[in-house]
Design a protein around this ligand. Structure first.
Ligand SMILES: *Cc1c(COP(=O)(O)O)cnc(C)c1O
Length: 412
């Protein structure tokens, strides 16, 4: 008899965005003529830039002729892409990464969800709260998270709240944990971490023999010069951190699928009896060779094109467009009296709901009052209660209209 993995049954009943879709559909059925503006789901809307499109066309042509056809590629990714990554994303910041430390993937979600396989199932874990749900849900599936209470907190997870009271700076745990998930610039709060704060985490990990999983999916949105783009800007991080990058938000690759993970050679973990320390890089290589067969040639050529002079310029323009949206939304909402966080170095705005309203209540009020869709903050973790997330990935005119609608709604 096949027995089910009962850890899956512990997962929250449904997915946050499915709940939102359900409520939006109810609205649509009762208001068939109204046009909703969604500032909810974190997906990009601009088409791929010309440099990427040209590279993809060329790659398709390669696949059409025998001499240039590509079958299975290297599991870790083509060397030309890994070399472009090393040169453009790291060397320019004074960080030395070897191409053998780069693992090209089909986007960051898979790797952030799978990376926990490298360490024992009973390792303890910590996350900032609120957070991208993948880090916790993937650990629920393998049994590491424990059981959930009525506030949505898992028994074996250390939560590090990020809220107005601590200016969204998480406190370092007062006990030791084995694995730490950090995401900066942060989804959902849009806040960033300074170098000196990040240094505290690296030092904590070194002292406690912990590993940091650092999700840098939004690093391209950083505008301020002194905010770190990579955890490897911090001395000692190569010994304790794995870093995830994605072209999804950087260059609109959500539908193309490409990203990469850095697993430095110096990063090690201990065997249970403490007799040996082993490098995680060869283990991750083994993981990828067993469970992954590489990213398509066309997608990798598309990613390579981002690093050409034209590609860099075109991607910068797309990011500037989204950050322009963020700025105008941030200004409009602040003027209306909202307390707004993020939106300066990230495409997300984290908005305090007025009058102590719950996330879901405010979501419904804005849906019915302004016909604007947001994401209830509590869907990202217990400390997200009392906030909603707005994204700046929409159309400029839609953002402007959404702000007008909200202003109009509040005046009523
Ligand atoms: C969007 C996102 C990713 C990237 O997902 P892909 O699988 O690369 O599309 C990773 N981490 C966070 C926090 C995200 O919001």
């Amino acid at each position: 008899m096949a027995l089910i993995n009962e850890h899956y049954l512990k997962l929250q009943r449904s997915y946050l965005f499915a709940d939102i879709a359900k409520k939006v559909n109810i609205f649509k059925v009762s208001h068939p003529k109204e046009r909703l503006i969604s500032l909810g789901i974190g997906d990009v809307t601009l088409p791929l830039c010309p440099a990427v499109i040209d590279a993809m066309h060329k790659a398709v042509d390669d696949m059409a002729v025998k001499e240039h056809f590509h079958g299975y590629g290297p599991e870790q990714g083509y060397l030309w892409l890994r070399e472009a990554i090393v040169k453009n994303d790291f060397l320019t910041r004074g960080i030395h990464i070897d191409p053998s430390e780069v693992f090209v993937n089909d986007g960051a979600k898979g790797d952030t969800g799978n990376i926990g396989e490298l360490v024992r199932w009973d390792n303890s874990m910590a996350v900032t709260d609120p957070i991208y749900p993948v880090y916790i849900d993937s650990n629920v599936m393998n049994g590491r998270a424990g059981t959930v209470n009525e506030h949505g907190e898992w028994s074996n997870v250390t939560y590090m709240p990020c809220n107005e009271q601590n200016a969204f700076v998480p406190r370092i745990p007062d006990h030791r944990v084995d694995m730490i998930y950090l995401c900066y610039p942060n989804n959902p709060t849009g806040t960033v971490i300074t170098k000196s704060e990040l240094r505290k985490w690296v030092n904590y990990a070194i002292r406690n023999d912990a590993v940091i999983f650092y999700d840098a999916a939004y690093e391209a949105y950083i505008q301020d010069d002194d905010i770190p783009h990579s955890i490897y800007e911090i001395k000692g991080a190569r010994k304790v951190a794995i870093e995830f990058h994605s072209y999804s938000k950087t260059a609109g690759f959500t539908g193309i699928r490409c990203g990469y993970t850095i697993v430095p050679k110096e990063l090690t973990a201990s065997t249970l009896d403490g007799s040996r320390r082993l490098a995680l890089n060869p283990l991750w290589n083994r993981h990828q060779c067993t469970k992954f067969n590489g990213v398509s040639y066309v997608s990798q050529r598309a990613a390579e094109a981002i690093y050409t002079a034209e590609g860099k310029q075109q991607v910068r323009e797309q990011i500037a467009y989204y950050m322009g949206n963020a700025r105008l939304m941030q200004q409009a909402l602040t003027q209306l009296g909202f307390r707004v966080y993020g939106g300066v170095n990230a495409p997300y705005l984290w908005v305090k709901t007025p009058d102590g309203s719950t996330s879901w209540r405010f979501f419904e009020e804005m849906l019915y009052g302004a016909h604007v869709v947001c994401t209830p903050g509590v869907g990202f973790g217990p400390s997200g209660e009392g906030y909603v997330r707005l994204t700046s990935f929409g159309d400029r005119d839609d953002c402007l209209e959404a702000m007008e609608r909200i202003a109009h709604w509040l005046k009523k």
